[in-house]
Design a binder for this molecule. Structure first.
Ligand SMILES: [Fe+2]
Length: 241
């Protein structure tokens, strides 16, 4: 019942999530309306699938708590932090470009909000594959797709404490891998890695502790089974423009 209520509540949010068009079956099936510039700073977007859609790799209870408590709290705190300021009507990417001037509440909660949107969206389609274009760019940058995968997994495994690993497109349009601490991301002026996010994994313990406890490497390995490459392919195409 709770799941049904969740769906009804959030279907209305599709129009503001804007990255994906979602069916009642929980599949991301149409990316024609992709617009990466429109992650809302006003409404909390829907989870693009049911809580159990990532099973058995990421368990339903973790997804529910992660989305409905952790992610929602970042969103609410971010909205409160920008309330009554010019940032209320500023695209989030622009806020990140000067986040060093915005203060820790915006940096931490804005990052926490945005990073989780990217994370949820880049999971959920277990049968998708990297496009030929993205595969070619990755092979050129890393030598092979396997080498990329190992580099990304290693960045996720070795990020000390809490944070995120990223595949991102550098300003000179090359795929690169790195990690950020806490809720930072490659769009932030404070980040040593800079570019457009293509794929991310959350390596905060709350993302995996219920199922994997201290075994972060097992969660990272399982993550590859749920990557939605359709979304990553589309982000790559958009980022090249
Ligand atoms: Fe998280």
């Amino acid at each position: 019942m709770k799941q049904n209520n969740f769906r009804k509540t959030n279907i209305a949010g599709i129009s503001i999530a804007l990255f994906s068009v979602i069916t009642l079956s929980g599949q991301v099936n149409d990316l024609k309306n992709t617009d990466m510039k429109k992650i809302s700073t006003k409404e909390f977007p829907a989870l693009p699938y049911a809580y159990d859609a990532l099973e058995p790799y990421i368990d339903a209870r973790t997804t529910e708590i992660h989305y409905d408590r952790h992610h929602r709290a970042y969103f609410n705190n971010f909205v409160n932090a920008i309330k009554g300021t010019a940032m209320e009507n500023t695209p989030i990417e622009q806020i990140f470009a000067e986040v060093s001037k915005a203060g820790d509440a915006v940096r931490n909660n804005g990052g926490g909000y945005y990073n989780h949107v990217i994370y949820w969206e880049n999971m959920g389609n277990k049968s998708s594959k990297p496009s030929d274009e993205l595969t070619a760019a990755i092979e050129k940058a890393f030598g092979s797709f396997d080498k990329f995968r190992e580099t990304f997994s290693n960045a996720a495994r070795t990020r000390f404490g809490s944070g995120w690993a990223w595949l991102y497109l550098t300003p000179d349009k090359k795929p690169a891998v790195g990690s950020t601490p806490n809720q930072d991301n490659p769009l932030m002026d404070v980040s040593p890695i800079k570019g457009t996010p293509l794929l991310t994994i959350d390596v905060w313990e709350h993302a995996y502790y219920l199922k994997y406890q201290n075994k972060r490497p097992d969660y990272v390995e399982a993550f590859w089974n749920v990557v939605n490459w359709d979304v990553v392919n589309e982000r790559y195409k958009e980022a090249l423009k």
